[in-house]
Design a protein. Structure first.
Length: 166
């Protein structure tokens, strides 16, 4: 996948369009899952968001602590709680990713503006995992040069191997 691809290129195809069946997540009890969704998603991406949300909700019904949050498409000057929360999440993801050799681009984009402020663009969907308050999983991203799609993270939750940041 090229770093300069379109948003459609950044959206990996769904691994399964079928209904969400019974799930038995193998995550330890102290791991929580947060799904971030962009509110202004194109129709195709919104359909994908619905499939991802259904799987996360199934994990919640199976006992995993889950949260679904919304972030904007882009933030330059955060003025609302929603924008500030999105920027805080990005800053945290970037800090942890940088220390662990994980790459967030092209899924997240951050550029410095001429006035010194920055503009952050957010992906249509993002899945994060925390254990005891520490970020331990993030999708989408690149880990050791390998693309980790959200669907990979969802599948890995079922096997207990979703914590891809160590």
């Amino acid at each position: 996948m090229a770093a300069n691809g379109t948003n459609a290129d950044r959206m990996a195809p769904p691994s399964d369009d079928g209904p969400v069946g019974d799930v038995s997540p193998a995550l330890p009890d102290e791991v929580s899952v947060t799904l971030w969704l962009r509110g202004s998603a194109p129709d195709v991406a919104a359909e994908r968001q619905d499939r991802i949300t259904a799987r996360v909700e199934a994990f919640g019904e199976a006992g995993v602590e889950t949260t679904v949050r919304e972030w904007p498409r882009r933030v330059s000057d955060p003025t609302t709680d929603r924008q500030r929360a999105a920027v805080a999440a990005f800053d945290r993801y970037r800090a942890v990713a940088g220390v662990n050799g994980v790459r967030l681009d092209p899924f997240f984009e951050c550029r410095t503006n001429p006035d010194g402020t920055r503009t952050i663009s957010f992906p249509v969907a993002c899945l994060s995992l925390e254990r005891d308050g520490n970020l331990t999983g993030l999708y989408p991203c690149y880990v050791d040069g390998d693309h980790a799609a959200i669907e990979d993270g969802l599948d890995a939750i079922e096997t207990g191997a979703a914590e891809n940041i160590r």
